[in-house]
Design a protein around this ligand. Structure first.
Ligand SMILES: Cc1cc2nc3c(=O)[nH]c(=O)nc-3n(C[C@H](O)[C@H](O)[C@H](O)COP(=O)(O)O)c2cc1C
Length: 362
């Protein structure tokens, strides 16, 4: 049975996945307040549809950094796809190629970047900058040579957020699974991935708690492809990212997996859009599950959204076809929502379509 929507997909995936893996994918940090807020905040925004607009033809396509995409929904970087399905990141990439969107490949991919780009998908690479600048440069050179079209630096992870489900379950990578693109850079660290309990113990070796703006400045100056900064919640940080030379930012709280207690991303988006002021892309992720959520994010000023967990639910339910089904479900919902809101294209999705209840916009 095919799930009817992204929420059903999670229910089905929960039945199919081993508990430890389902928990790793779904978990948020500490009390999971931000995880819940990401979803709840979308229902706090009302839509004010326009009527008597010709919506007989709808077009949800757009262009991001020179790549044409058929719907404004990207695959957010998510770790360890082979834990959900043996075809792992290759299945996800193939699905994104057939959907006509971009896959942001996690640093913690269980398949090599070369295998993933060989699918023909448009791939951006998510980077955890290394303490050793030489290792960062080597990895950037490798992924650019493999065909990745942009680098997405994750900024919200100086240390791992504490996901207590993983600690309780003793989550670590089973034998035969690894962060294969990082292994050549740090074989000892890679071995440690198989020990410990939870991200905090098993994967500490790959983070850079002293990462500074100066290092981002240098990366932007040296990178042959555009750099985006992911994990932004504030206008001043977005401003600084643009000053560093970033081509854009991703408003994200890592799906509620890092600092618990931060606001929903749809609530921090307007301040970031205002700070960027058209000088770069603004993407947003966290809790996007419905076509109406995409509409609300675009109306709030995002150029596109990303979905994280739902691609993993799709993978667990049916590999490549399952991921494709998740994106196609969202495409259909967005198409109907655009028609009903009086929006024939993305440019027509403007802030006046929204009424925010109670929450301050920024
Ligand atoms: C299982 C899992 C693994 C993730 N791995 C990464 C990662 O390796 N790098 C990264 O920048 N973000 C990672 N994220 C965060 C996602 O990129 C994204 O910000 C988040 O999942 C969006 O929220 P959503 O799952 O509600 O759509 C991960 C999220 C999940 C759920």
């Amino acid at each position: 049975m095919q799930p009817q929507n992204l929420i059903d997909a999670e229910d089905l995936a929960r039945e199919r996945l081993p508990r430890v893996i389902y928990d790793y994918y779904r978990s948020g940090a500490w009390d999971e307040q931000s995880l819940r807020r990401n979803r709840e905040a979308y229902s706090e925004i009302d839509l004010l549809p326009r009527v008597l607009v010709d919506v007989s033809r709808r077009d949800a396509s757009t262009t991001l950094l020179g790549t044409r995409i058929t719907l404004p929904v990207l695959a957010a970087p998510t770790a360890f796809h082979r834990l959900a399905h043996p075809d792992g990141e290759i299945a996800t990439a193939r699905a994104l190629a057939s959907v006509g969107s971009i896959m942001v490949l996690s640093s913690l991919s269980t398949m090599t970047v070369e295998e993933v780009t060989a699918t023909g998908a448009a791939v951006w690479f998510q980077l955890y900058m290394n303490k050793d600048p030489g290792r960062t440069t080597a990895l950037v050179d490798r992924v650019v040579a493999a065909g990745c079209r942009a680098i997405v630096v994750t900024a919200d992870t100086p240390v791992w957020g504490v996901r207590e489900r993983d600690v309780r379950n003793g989550f670590h990578l089973p034998p035969g699974f690894g962060a294969v693109n990082l292994a050549p850079l740090d074989p000892d660290g890679e071995k440690r991935s198989r020990q410990g309990a939870g991200m905090g113990q098993a994967f500490d070796w790959m983070l850079h708690p002293a990462l500074s703006w100066a290092e981002l400045d240098r990366l932007c100056a040296a990178s042959p492809v555009p750099v985006l900064l992911k994990g932004i919640a504030r206008g001043d940080d977005a401003e600084r990212a643009i000053a560093a030379g970033c081509a854009g930012v991703v408003v994200s709280n890592h799906g509620g997996r890092q600092l618990d207690g931060v606001p929903a991303t749809i609530d921090t988006l307007p301040a970031v859009v205002q700070a960027v002021a058209g000088r770069g892309l603004v993407l947003v992720d966290g809790g996007v599950r419905r076509g109406t959520d995409v509409l609300k994010a675009i109306a709030s000023g995002a150029d596109a959204v990303q979905i994280g967990r739902p691609q993993l639910w799709g993978l667990a339910c049916g590999g490549e076809a399952g991921v494709r089904h998740v994106f196609e479900s969202l495409r259909k919902e967005l198409d109907v929502a655009m028609a009903l809101a009086g929006c024939p294209n993305l440019a027509a999705i403007t802030p006046d379509l929204l009424r925010r209840r109670g929450r301050s916009p920024g």
